[in-house]
Design a protein around this ligand. Structure first.
Ligand code: PMP
Length: 362
């Protein structure tokens, strides 16, 4: 990174921007580091995008993203005024932080180990954070979080299943949190929920303070298209729309709109792809256990593992030398873990062979 510039505003000099996982510029690597779907998206998506391009790109897209919001509403049994769409769930999260969590003097509560963008957005918007340690099993400590929330807070943000641990909370725990701070928003980021988690969408009718955020980047294999959405009661969606209309009134372009609608409507592709990823996850968990790894239970499209006899950072480097990318985080509490995205069966085999080779060499 370059030295701070005199031209920067003071806030910019203090930012710790998110460090994205490596997107390699060379071909042939087995890419198990950023939790993408290993399968290409549904053919219906490709056809819809091709058609949208042929229909013409000279006109602006719909500033209200109605077609995508309708498709989400159809899929989740909601009305269109309960859905907000954005350019990837990262953008939706950014809008939500601005819309709901800027309460001066009150802290936004987040687990200490979770999606690292939450800290970045909090810093960007000057939101104080109340960081809540995970329990000994690396699960969100719901009783502690609820007790802290009940004392007053700016809201709660958590990923369910959590990232990078992959562990999920039951809906009863989400309800406990919703009830602990009825006058603040509880944002549940369900980026990975389709791989075996339990969605809080079922609670939306009963909790006006619940916002559920989804992405098409994982279970719909559309990380390259940048589509995410939030679901909540209409007043929360109105809050997000006020923020959006204040700086970015075209969240989804015409190609993303066409692709997203086709993806949301292709239930058969979705069911097959999720089942394939889950089956590979269960098999890989067994293979890694056989190699001596401790594998946390996962409801996501990745595994969070550590090996009692091997340093995680060195393992990640040795795998990279063998053209396999996995993710290592340097945060002290999880520095001995690797996060491994679930690949195709062939990619998982490459990982297992590379690990076997590394273990033989030492
Ligand atoms: N939430 C979580 C927990 C994630 O891991 C990610 C992606 N890494 C996102 C949100 C953002 O996904 P996208 O912007 O691609 O929708």
């Amino acid at each position: 990174m370059t030295a701070p510039s005199l031209f920067w505003s003071p806030l910019v000099a203090t930012l710790h921007p998110y460090v994205p996982g490596e997107q390699p510029r060379i071909a042939g690597l087995v890419k198990l580091n950023t939790n993408e779907n290993p399968y290409p998206p549904s053919q219906a998506v490709i056809d819809a995008i091709t058609q949208a391009a042929a229909d013409g790109l000279e006109r602006y897209p719909d500033p209200e993203s109605l077609a995508v919001r309708e498709a989400v509403a159809r899929r989740h049994g909601l009305t269109v005024d309960q859905v907000f769409a954005g350019n990837g769930s990262d953008e939706v999260l950014a809008h939500a932080f601005q819309a709901f969590f800027c309460h001066p003097g009150q802290a936004l509560l987040v687990p200490d180990i979770t999606y690292s963008f939450y800290r970045v957005y909090a810093q960007l918007y000057g939101i104080e954070l109340g960081v809540m340690p995970l329990d000994e099993g690396l699960c969100v400590d719901v009783p502690a979080l609820a007790a802290r929330a009940a004392q007053g807070c700016a809201g709660i943000v958590l990923a369910n299943p959590n990232a990078p641990t992959g562990q999920g909370l039951p809906l009863a725990d989400i309800e406990t949190l919703l009830q602990a701070c009825p006058d603040r928003v509880v944002l549940v980021d369900e980026a990975y929920v389709d791989f075996g988690g339990t969605s809080a969408v079922a609670l939306l009718a009963r909790y006006p303070n619940l916002l559920v955020v989804h992405t098409l980047s994982k279970s719909r294999a559309l990380a390259g298209l940048r589509v995410g959405f939030a679901m909540g009661q209409a007043p929360l969606i109105d809050g997000l729309t006020r923020v959006k209309d204040s700086f970015n009134s075209y969240p989804l372009d015409r190609l993303a709109t066409a692709g997203a609608v086709a993806a949301l409507d292709d239930q058969a592709w979705f069911d097959r792809a999720c089942a394939a990823v889950i089956a590979s996850r269960e098999q890989l968990a067994q293979q890694l256990t056989a190699l001596g790894f401790e594998v946390l239970p996962s409801q996501a499209n990745f595994l969070f593992v550590r090996h009692p006899a091997h340093d995680a950072a060195r393992l990640a480097a040795a795998l990279r030398e063998r053209a396999v990318l996995v993710r290592h985080f340097s945060q002290a509490r999880i520095a001995q873990y690797l996060r491994i995205s679930i690949g195709t069966p062939a990619q998982c085999d490459r990982l297992v062979s590379a690990l076997t080779e590394i273990f033989k060499a030492v």
